[in-house]
Design a protein around this ligand. Structure first.
Ligand code: ZN
Length: 592
């Protein structure tokens, strides 16, 4: 153990208090005083999170003598000079039930390295060893992670055991989250590569076999997509397996990608149970999430923007290319469900149409481009408020429409001989395949049009200028028509509208967003108002507003009473006529 440059020991210590004890031993600390820091953000989630605020105590020791440590800024500690070995011991509070942090209780422990592992400055490129210790009284717990076991180490962990694991550098160390506990587990191989699916949280009667069979098809489709000849899984450059870590909760949804694993959160009602074979929309959403995060194994974990090669974890790191990394991934996540055969074409078209409707609902898309939205992700997309639909565009949803548009445009221009697929494969071979094998370069900010042209022969520079750098709507109706699909706008119901997004809480209807220029806006209503009555009839929760509006026609003027804060106010609002806000996509007969 003495020879390791860096050894961390992690022990879930006080499960009811949600504490992790971490000891870091540095054999040869910096002679002028070792500097240590914790990342301010976690790659994949572009918001400064200040994980260091969860370190609730920290001490240092050198040659068994206490050593003074000073805080240098919010994330950074400076030790007094010492000859080593240096031992830092600290306690991390772990009670963040999200895919981004750390969460410990008597049922399990989950952590991301960004919450737990202090970085030793100057030693980032050394081998990092981690000794995972079982909490007392939890001998039945097992360990699930894509972090490789420290083979050859005297305390090397057994398969799924506690003990030593190792990463070749700090960047790798923090890219393999760890789950400990007694989860439900299913494994499968996709093109020969081992995949583990780990489900934490209460999920009775889970149909693990069905989930594994569907996920396997998705993984195989994606591996064959990027490596049609070798069918080699991308993560084998870093780990011997890929791990899907899913936390099932009451109403969670989200995922975070890593180089050989992903942390997911889903509602347990989205997961299929044994004995029921129907394909619900919510299960399709779960498979879409799996497909999305798995696609990131190539697109953003290996094919990266130059700004992320390497990551700078102490500050916001801007790129105008998130529409490529999140938008293209969002386009391919559902497309891969279709290609893998886990959703029908009708279901696929419905899912795509839903995204088109969503993007077109908000006028923010006319004020911000997806390139601008990418750049400002840190302060705008990740800090959304009631006005966001009026002010910004999502580089996920509109980015996926730009990808769809590019794909259709390239297919049309080449008579279906080339597609966006060719561009993705060029990005993979040029930037991704050897990323962790010593060629860590990323795509330059202005590089994407040239790369697509190189892969397909099609000049897409003007297309990208208009629809990704500019704020125009992607002309999907025309592009779809070329490809044999009909895009129509339909009116979802005959009901007039207030042009608001609502949120129901405690049996009351709250205005979550007032759409700019809509009926409520023109009448003076505001986000945050609680609807009390329309023409003197009480508005409750649930579908109460819809039922009341059913009695009216478009352009009728009604009196709307609201509570704004604690003040009762009345407004005259002219209702908007039913509008064609719902996109429908159909294949023309000849294409069926
Ligand atoms: Zn993503």
């Amino acid at each position: 153990m003495e020879k390791e440059p860096l050894l961390y020991r992690v022990t879930p210590e006080d499960l009811a208090g949600h504490l992790l004890r971490v000891q870091l031993r540095i054999a040869h600390p910096h002679p002028q005083g070792q500097v240590l820091s914790l990342p301010a953000w976690i790659p994949g989630s572009y918001l400064i999170r200040d994980f260091s605020r969860q370190i609730i105590s920290l001490q240092a020791e050198c040659a068994a003598q206490p050593l003074s440590v000073q805080k240098r800024d919010s994330h950074t500690w400076q030790c007094e000079p010492c000859n080593g070995p240096l031992t830092i011991e600290y306690i991390v509070y772990a009670w963040d039930l999200s895919v981004r942090g750390a969460h410990v209780d008597e049922s399990h422990a989950f952590f991301n390295g960004t919450s737990v592992f202090l970085m030793a400055h100057g030693l980032e490129h050394e081998r990092h060893t981690v000794d995972l210790r079982a909490p007392s009284g939890k001998r039945n717990w097992q360990v699930y992670t894509s972090l490789p076991r420290a083979v050859g180490h005297p305390r090397c962990a057994r398969e799924h055991g506690f003990g030593a694991y190792a990463a070749k550098d700090y960047d790798e160390l923090i890219d393999h989250p760890v789950e400990m506990g007694t989860p439900q587990v299913v494994t499968f191989k996709a093109h020969g590569a081992l995949h583990e699916m780990v489900f934490t949280g209460v999920a009775p009667n889970l149909d693990l076999q069905r989930i594994a069979a569907d996920t396997r098809k998705i993984c195989e489709a994606q591996i064959a997509f990027f490596e049609p000849r070798t069918r080699k899984a991308p993560f084998l450059d870093s780990a011997d397996r890929y791990v899907f870590m899913t936390m099932a909760t009451g109403d969670g949804y989200g995922g975070l990608e890593h180089r050989a694993s992903t942390a997911l959160m889903t509602s347990r009602t989205d997961l299929p149970v044994k004995g029921r074979a129907e394909s619900t929309e919510s299960y399709q959403n779960f498979l879409g999430l799996i497909s999305h995060e798995y696609f990131h194994t190539w697109n953003v974990k290996r094919i990266k923007p130059a700004a992320f090669a390497p990551y700078r974890l102490d500050r916001e790191t801007h790129t105008r290319l998130l529409w490529v990394f999140e938008g293209f991934t969002s386009y391919y996540d559902d497309l891969m469900l279709l290609r893998a055969g886990v959703v029908s074409r009708d279901h696929y078209l419905k899912r795509l149409a839903r995204v088109i409707s969503m993007v077109h609902r908000s006028t923010g898309r006319l004020k911000q481009s997806v390139a601008e939205s990418s750049f400002d992700a840190w302060t705008r997309y990740y800090k959304q408020d009631e006005n966001s639909p009026n002010a910004l565009v999502s580089y996920y949803t509109k980015g996926s429409l730009v990808a769809a548009g590019l794909d259709l445009y390239i297919r049309h221009a080449t008579n279906n001989r080339r597609s966006l697929d060719d561009a993705m494969r060029l990005l993979w071979t040029r930037y991704g395949r050897d990323f962790y094998r010593g060629r860590p370069t990323g795509i330059p900010e202005d590089g994407i049009a040239g790369l697509i042209r190189e892969a397909t022969g099609v000049d897409v520079a003007a297309f990208i200028d208009r629809y990704a750098h500019g704020r125009e709507d992607v002309p999907l109706k025309r592009l779809m028509a070329w490809a044999g699909y009909t895009l129509q706008w339909t009116t979802p119901n005959g009901r007039p509208s207030l042009d608001v997004r609502t949120r129901i809480a405690h049996g009351e209807t709250h205005l979550a967003t007032v759409y700019e220029g809509g009926a409520a806006h023109r009448g003076g209503l505001s986000a945050g108002d609680v609807l009390v009555a329309i023409d003197g009839i009480r508005v409750g929760g649930d579908k109460s507003l819809d039922r009341l509006l059913d009695a009216y026609q478009g352009n009728d003027t009604v009196t709307v009473h609201v509570f704004r804060r604690d003040e009762l106010r009345g407004y005259r609002v002219t209702l908007a006529p039913p509008a064609p806000t719902e996109c429908r996509l159909t294949a023309r007969e000849s294409e069926k």
